[in-house]
Design a protein around this ligand. Structure first.
Ligand code: GLU
Length: 512
């Protein structure tokens, strides 16, 4: 049987980074097994539906390169892939369970349900629930005579359909990550399967769709582990146990402190992204990993390690390597601590090893957005020079701003320490040498400058830092000869000329 997995987010907000990891693990598992990766939108809870969330999910997956094989708007034989478009079918399945005695109509009003909870509390029950212990005293098709039930149905009295959970049974299933897990049915309530009005609950729609879509493995977050007992009971009730998917519940992603689940607020609090892409709602605006300057492949590599490791020292894995190395058995059971420094480390590794042409192509639109149209021809050399120091794309956009526009601030404190009248004369000499070069390449520039420094008994450090400062504003930066070459001859000579005057002025003010 071929592997079919699904990523089944609810469009109730932006996709959290934990959701991207769930999608990634599903994707890796599908690819490793020549299987199919399906996107299913679980949008039956209209009260929690958020406009734009589905589009966000699709865009985020696409940015990461986790393209589904089947999903809304993508071909596939098991559609529609949006649960709201399948809503008519769930009622039929709920009805089927009522007919086979595995589920029942419940006509209880909200007031009756509330009274039941209060009565149970008064009887000393800690967490009151609608289960076999109260079923008989409630208003449902188990407790009422058949004619009465029919009459209520005929009158159109609103009802829900509840799963009839048998008491004192064991529900055992094997989780691929956690091993054998057993729940006692006495811990479980008679879950609502179909709500008044005919919409399915998550449990019904999820199980029916996993069955109809031929899902072989359910890989999802740990928060769904406790629902799985009900899901297993549903498979049994439908008689689908033989083809029930295998389950794998992924560990939680924890706050940087390791205490508690990573939340949307943690991102704002600690200043790091918790969403893949920008998101804005009434609670605020959030930059995503994309806007923070991450390469999607670096983010995926980072996420892959949140809860999994290959058991070797290797840390850098592209998507294909992850496919080859990934296994559910190596996913950990304990929560994974979100470490933003590690995310930055991954990104810097990717920036440094990415070839300059590719990096230049990614950077070009960002540079255009900031500086107006920039010349694409110099960008590979620009990336090559600046990427060593970059952690995020923004470092490459801002780090070499003086390549694309005139330097703003100059380090006057540095200038006043190092500049004097004698240096002004030498700068003039150096500038003339650079102006005379017929080829303005790093090696030629170096050959022009170094002997001059030596012949005049100057200090290398001082001259090179002043040179850098004169064209960029700062004495610090990448290799000065390559930097000058990148700026081109005309710009260098012009900025040096202006700097001589400027630096003299700074010094004059000093002595002022
Ligand atoms: N719709 C659920 C969610 O939002 C899906 C859980 C599952 O994968 O079964 O995560």
């Amino acid at each position: 049987m071929s592997v079919r997995v699904r990523f089944a987010p609810s469009p109730t907000g932006p996709l959290h980074i934990g959701g991207v990891r769930t999608a990634l693990y599903n994707y890796l598992f599908a690819r490793a097994n020549n299987g199919t990766f399906i996107l299913r939108i679980e949008d039956t809870d209209q009260t929690r539906y958020v406009e734009g969330a589905e589009g966000y999910i699709v865009e985020a997956l696409s940015w990461c390169g986790l393209e589904p094989d089947e999903g809304p708007g993508i071909s596939g034989d098991h559609g529609p892939y949006r649960q709201s478009e399948r809503k008519d079918l769930y009622g039929h399945y709920a009805q089927q369970l009522v007919e086979s005695g595995k589920a029942y109509y419940a006509f209880d009003t909200p007031e009756q349900l509330e009274r039941m909870r209060e009565d149970l509390k008064a009887e000393g029950v800690h967490t009151p629930k609608y289960d076999s212990s109260v079923r008989e005293r409630m208003h449902n098709s188990v407790s009422l005579p058949a004619e009465r039930v029919q009459a209520l149905l005929d009158q159109g009295v609103p009802y829900t359909i509840r799963l009839l959970v048998p008491p004192d049974e064991q529900v055992t299933f094997v989780d691929r990550i956690r091993g054998e897990i057993t729940f006692s049915t006495s811990e479980l309530d008679d879950k609502v399967l179909l709500k008044t009005g005919g919409m399915p609950t998550y449990h019904l729609a999820n199980v029916v769709d996993d069955h109809l879509m031929g899902i072989t493995h359910v890989i999802r977050g740990e928060e769904w582990l406790s629902s799985t007992a009900h899901h297993v009971l549903l498979y049994r009730a439908f008689g689908w146990e033989a083809t029930m998917p295998e389950f794998a519940h992924l560990p939680l992603i924890l706050k940087p402190s390791g205490q508690g689940k990573l939340s949307k607020r943690d991102g704002a609090k600690f200043g790091f992204p918790v969403f893949p892409l920008f998101w804005e709602d009434t609670s605020g605006a959030f930059l995503g990993f994309r806007e923070e300057g991450f390469l999607p492949e670096a983010m995926l590599n980072f996420l892959a390690f949140l809860g999994w490791n290959p058991g070797t020292e290797q840390e850098i894995f592209d998507l294909n390597e992850l496919v080859a190395a990934f296994s559910l058995e190596q996913v950990s059971r304990s929560g994974a601590r979100f470490d933003y420094d590690k995310a930055l480390w991954f990104n810097s590794q990717y920036l440094q090893t990415m070839d300059d042409q590719t990096l230049a192509a990614r950077l070009h639109p960002l540079l255009n957005a900031k500086y107006g149209k920039v010349d694409a021809a110099i960008l590979p050399a620009y990336c090559n020079l600046f990427k060593e120091r970059a952690q995020v794309l923004g470092d490459l956009v801002d780090g070499g701003s003086y390549v694309f526009e005139e330097p703003g601030d100059y380090d006057d404190a540095f200038v006043s320490r190092k500049w004097d009248a004698q240096m002004a004369t030498h700068f003039d000499g150096l500038k003339d040498r650079l102006a005379d070069l017929s080829e303005f390449a790093p090696q030629q520039i170096e050959m022009a400058i170094k002997p001059y420094i030596q012949d005049n008994g100057l200090r290398f450090g001082d001259v090179l830092q002043l040179l850098r400062c004169s064209v960029s504003g700062s004495p610090k930066g990448p290799d000065v000869f390559r930097m000058l070459a990148l700026l081109d001859q005309e710009t260098v000579v012009r900025r040096m000329t202006a700097s001589i005057e400027r630096f003299n002025h700074v010094k004059a003010i000093e002595h002022g």
